[in-house]
Design a protein around this ligand. Structure first.
Ligand SMILES: *[C@@H]1O[C@H](CO)[C@@H](O)[C@H](O)[C@H]1NC(C)=O
Ligand SMILES: *[C@@H]1O[C@H](CO)[C@@H](O)[C@H](O)[C@H]1NC(C)=O
Length: 277
């Protein structure tokens, strides 16, 4: 596991908040405030991120930042779209709470997605609530980011939006673990910055939403250090999630990170492409 995290922290700062041992501060006297590197509200909120650490400067100066509001009428249709090939297998996973988000971490051999003949391996996925991306100004109840990384360190994020409604069957398979993570948070000493729960076998293929229509654009990590040149594929059709599930995703998080959605960023010179079968 250690080498996997080293890989994350040294090559993709995107996952800095999930992977860095630096944040797993060692002394039990460490206060929660010191382990959080940023928050979603208050004095360390999104408009202050760049001032919190010199390594976070892109959060203010970057021109390819995420999330964005996708205006469907302005998306450029791309007829040359090649089918996306997803190839995942069942693996043992752990559920992680790092106070900013709840995540599932995948082992190296989970599988990959192929886009334009390049393979990106599934490494991790995490939830934001409410959604970070908007479509035509509409915000959704939650958003799942499946983070894939190629061998040369390119990051591809598949984003799925969720509207309130019926429970999400995939989340239902880990509901119990999620509640466990939430309730443990209340009783535990609050000095540790990462909590793990073994989930057991999980098949990411269950997450296969239809990829027959999706938006694609170049963006950034939506958390500090806001690293750019990530490929985002935002699936056009939202899935549904229940209120209880949204609450369960928020329960383990720090109070200032419960609404863990960065505001939309300027599109600048970028174009969003639309892929449709
Ligand atoms: C900035 O990032 C570098 C490289 O990862 C790291 O060595 C340094 O400690 C970071 N600076 C701060 C203030 O966190
Ligand atoms: C998951 O872990 C259990 C216990 O270590 C093991 O028996 C099982 O084969 C593993 N399954 C997969 C798909 O790796």
């Amino acid at each position: 596991m250690a080498s996997r995290f080293d890989f994350f922290t040294s090559t993709i700062s995107l996952l800095i908040i999930l992977g860095s041992d630096a944040f797993t501060t060692s002394t039990s006297s460490t206060k929660v405030e010191e382990t959080l590197q940023f928050t979603y509200s208050g004095a360390m909120g999104p408009d202050k991120w760049a001032s919190l650490n010199p390594n976070f400067s892109l959060c203010a100066t970057g021109k390819l930042q995420s999330p964005i509001n996708i205006v469907s009428a302005r998306a450029v249709g791309n007829k040359k779209s090649k089918p996306l090939i997803r190839n995942y297998r069942a693996v043992n996973v752990s559920l992680v709470d790092n106070k900013y988000t709840v995540a599932i971490e995948y082992p190296d051999d989970t599988g990959d997605i192929t886009l334009d003949e390049k393979q990106y391996r599934l490494r991790q996925m995490h939830w934001h609530s409410p959604s970070e991306h908007r479509i035509n100004g509409n915000r959704f109840a939650a958003e799942l980011h499946m983070v894939h990384v190629s061998d040369d360190g390119k990051v591809l994020v598949v984003g799925t939006l969720f509207q309130l409604g019926r429970p999400d069957p995939v989340l239902q398979t880990i509901d119990k673990k999620l509640y466990e993570l939430g309730s443990e948070y209340i009783s535990r000493s609050r000095s540790r910055s990462r909590y793990y729960i073994q989930v057991g076998v999980f098949h990411p293929a269950e997450l296969r939403t239809s990829l027959s229509k999706y938006y694609k654009y170049t963006g950034s990590s939506s958390v500090p250090p806001c690293t750019e040149h990530l490929i985002y594929l935002i699936i056009a059709k939202p899935r549904s999630i229940s209120k209880q599930q949204v609450a369960a995703l928020k329960a383990p998080l720090d109070i200032r990170c419960k609404n863990n959605a960065r505001p939309c960023q300027p599109l600048n010179a970028r174009h969003v492409q639309l892929y449709q079968d």
